[in-house]
Design a binder for this molecule. Structure first.
Ligand SMILES: Nc1ncnc2c1ncn2[C@@H]1O[C@H](COP(=O)(O)OP(=O)(O)OP(=O)(O)O)[C@@H](O)[C@H]1O
Ligand SMILES: [Mg+2]
Length: 254
């Protein structure tokens, strides 16, 4: 049997071309084009309501789009059906709220989708789940229920759960904004570790220190548009637009 070919570095794993999304007469995404290349970490920042979550949700087709195209690893996102489910499984998503099953153990939360969707045998799914728990620093919490864990620990379980599907890309939508301050770093450290392992990621965050140190590119959104797409050093020291300067002066003055 031949091993699967690794995706060549730099090849676009997520490609949005001229994507527009409206809610009624309101345009939430306005002609957005964006590539996330294999191995890249793209951080998305912007004011509340600028369209960051909508961007993530359209990539996973939790929202339909009105025009434009979205491709995952060269394949256009289908409207529905089995092909959609298959492509969706290639994109792991971690939200602000962890959405773990409260009555299941940590281990079950991680093994359920691989067993049901990918038909992975239980023993194999559990072995993989334990490996992932080790990786996110929770090896000793497998038999607990989510309510017995701190917020930071629950979010690390949610990350392990997403990784259990072996996604090609991970999307994070403000993964630390519901956490108490002392738990933010333990989650950011896990995400940093993933980044350095070569995982392709799109991360929406207000953590500017993280953006600056981990991002390969920073994408700044305003009113449904991508206004800047730049290397972090460039963006934070010399933003090209007044809109970005206004945004940065507001958040960095806190
Ligand atoms: N289901 C919906 N129906 C109507 N309007 C929506 C819906 N979802 C989002 N919107 C609107 O689209 C705009 C973009 O929302 P979105 O959630 O993408 O913003 P965001 O950048 O993620 O903001 P935040 O930083 O507050 O999370 C907002 O004005 C929002 O009110
Ligand atoms: Mg949001």
């Amino acid at each position: 049997m031949t091993a699967p070919q690794p995706t060549p570095a730099g090849h676009p794993l997520v490609r949005l071309s001229h994507v527009t999304k409206r809610f009624g007469s309101f345009t939430a995404l306005d002609d957005v084009s964006l590539d996330v290349n294999a191995g890249e970490v793209v951080v998305v920042i912007g004011a509340s309501g600028s369209g960051k979550s909508t961007l993530c949700r359209t990539i996973n087709r939790l929202e339909t789009i009105d025009s434009g195209t979205i491709e995952i690893d060269g394949e256009r996102l289908p409207e529905e059906g089995k092909d959609l489910a298959r492509l969706r499984a290639e994109v792991g998503m971690v939200f602000q709220s962890f959405n773990l099953f409260p009555h299941r153990t940590v281990l079950d939360n991680i093994t359920l989708a691989p067993m049901r969707v990918r038909r992975v045998p239980r023993a194999q799914a559990e072995a993989r789940a334990r490996e992932l728990l080790e990786r996110v620093g929770l090896a000793d919490q497998a038999s607990k229920r989510p309510t017995q864990l701190s917020g930071g620990q629950q979010q690390r379980v949610a990350i392990a759960r997403a990784l259990a599907m072996d996604p090609k890309v991970m999307l994070f939508d403000e993964p630390t904004s519901a956490l108490d301050p002392e738990m933010i770093n333990e989650v950011l450290d896990v995400i940093k570790d993933l980044a350095s392992s070569g995982m392709t990621m799109l991360v929406v965050t207000h953590e500017m220190g993280f953006a600056r140190s981990v991002a390969d590119r920073v994408v700044f959104m305003d009113e449904g548009q991508i206004v800047e797409d730049a290397a972090p050093e460039q963006f934070f020291t010399a933003p090209a637009t007044q809109r970005a300067r206004d945004f940065l002066s507001k958040i960095l003055s806190h």
